[in-house]
Design a protein around this ligand. Structure first.
Ligand code: SF4
Ligand code: SF4
Length: 440
């Protein structure tokens, strides 16, 4: 098998965000491999810890991709504060063809489009994939996973996760995929206080989860316990319909949401103030304007920082996005764009962003506590990636060993799944495969 086939067979996905199957990004025509170590969101330190503890494995993964796809160079991108902690400087040669690129300490830098511009000076044309700009982007942890697969023949069964927020001490821990969140908290003496919410992901882009039922997935970068009254949590529960009603009456058309939008500042034809203006009459809005909703990266700058009227342009745009997705419509339109000269003055310092979200007081470097794998059960979700869910190849009562394949790829874009611990199987059809250890 070649590297692309191996990455598919190992079940490797982008280790944060939406979970795009990594093999599907390996296309011909790239001249730069950009490794995203921006760790853009406040409180998360997973990538930093990986680079601190396992930089050689990360570099091994990068070398494998460079060689397979015949890419002449790689830029390992980290924010200035991370570079300082790692004692690395901008432009440092980390290995043959691999260089460090420092990014300013601003939000959002982890957004693929912003990252590519910041690290290479290229703007990916609106509605296009990074490969059209000659770039492939992978996360730091994805490269680590590629190295584990190539050097040890291991499929993806473990995840590095930050646990932070209102906790005694923020930690980074390596756990089996499928570990129940409640079990991880219990093992580490972490309780969720009253009037707090748990997020899977960062305070800006993470999703609220129920810690009693949620499990660690291939895309879980961090678990944050945050007070319900902080902006990070309040913004998660904004009602789209109410937002539209409010937008109609309260928007003063100051254009601040557009002026501060990171995608608009890159020249993208995305104008949240216009979307807010036509919120209740989308059908009469210019089709082009509605289609541009798909260019929004969901960073939340417009709702949490820009708007002075308590309106969420992001929530309005999400309504448009849902409508477009339902009708399978994508952006078509202007692709020749240039970043605005004022962009560099409008980027948001990371510390300011953490304050805006109400999480600055929790921001403390997380401590790596190693590997934990003695949990009584894991639950492997069949849908942990973009594309079709995996198809179980085990049945109730089967005994599996760690690393055994338990689900196959479906047709089309899909990935297999592997047992992250040894134990006895129970299949919940179409949803998950449970592995119980003490019943092995
Ligand atoms: S969430 Fe708002 S600020 Fe961010 S990209 Fe979308 S429209 Fe722009
Ligand atoms: S920032 Fe708020 S008030 Fe100003 S145009 Fe945008 S939605 Fe309207």
């Amino acid at each position: 098998m070649n590297l692309k086939e191996l990455m598919k067979e190992a079940g490797i996905v982008g280790s944060g965000g939406a979970g795009f199957p990594s093999y599907a990004k390996l296309a011909e025509g790239a001249d730069t491999l950009v490794i995203n170590g921006a760790e853009c969101e406040p409180l998360l330190y997973t990538d930093y810890v990986l680079l601190h503890k396992e930089i050689n494995a990360v570099l091994t993964g990068i070398k494998e991709v460079l060689e397979y796809a015949n890419i002449p160079r790689a830029l390992l991108c980290v924010k200035e504060h991370t570079a300082k902690r790692l004692r690395l400087t901008d432009g440092a040669k980390l290995a043959d063809k691999i260089f460090l690129k420092t990014l300013p300490d601003v939000y959002p830098m982890g957004d693929e489009i912003s990252l590519i511009y910041q690290s290479t000076g290229r703007v990916v044309r609106p509605g296009n994939l990074p490969i059209t700009a000659g770039v492939i982007v992978y996360n730091v942890e994805t490269m680590y996973n590629v190295a584990q697969m190539v050097k040890r023949g291991e499929p993806l069964v473990e995840k590095w996760v930050t646990v932070a927020g209102n906790v005694p001490e923020p930690i980074v821990v390596k756990v089996p995929i499928g570990t129940p969140v409640w079990a991880l908290f219990e093992k580490n003496g972490i309780a969720v206080p009253a009037e707090h919410t748990v997020l899977d992901g960062g305070p800006s882009m993470g999703k609220a989860i129920d810690p009693e039922t949620a499990v660690i997935t291939k895309t879980t970068k961090g678990l944050l316990i945050l007070p319900d009254n902080c902006e990070a949590i309040v913004s998660k529960f904004i009602d789209g319909a109410k937002s539209i009603a409010r937008a109609e009456t309260a928007c003063c058309q100051c254009t601040r949401c557009t002026d501060m939008c990171p995608r608009a500042l890159l020249g993208y034809p995305l104008e949240p103030h216009k979307m807010v203006r036509t919120a209740k009459s989308a059908v009469t809005a210019l089709p082009q304007m509605v289609l541009s909703a798909t260019l929004c990266c969901g960073c939340g700058v417009c709702e949490s920082l820009a708007c002075c009227q308590g309106i969420s342009p992001k929530a309005v745009i999400n309504e448009y996005k849902a409508l477009l997705a339902k009708n399978k419509l994508r952006y078509v339109g202007k692709t020749d764009v240039e970043p605005a000269p004022e962009r560099e003055y409008r980027m948001i310092p990371s510390e300011r962003w953490a304050s805006v979200l109400g999480v600055a007081k929790f921001d403390k470097l997380a401590k790596y506590i190693g590997e934990q794998n003695d949990f009584p059960r894991v639950e492997i979700l069949l849908r942990q990636h973009i594309g079709a869910p995996s198809v179980p190849i085990v049945k109730d009562g089967d005994i599996v060993q760690k690393g055994d394949k338990i689900a196959e790829s479906a047709e089309g874009l899909s990935l297999p799944q592997y047992a992250s611990v040894s134990g006895r199987i129970t299949v919940e059809e179409g949803v998950k495969i449970i592995i119980e250890k003490d019943r092995a």
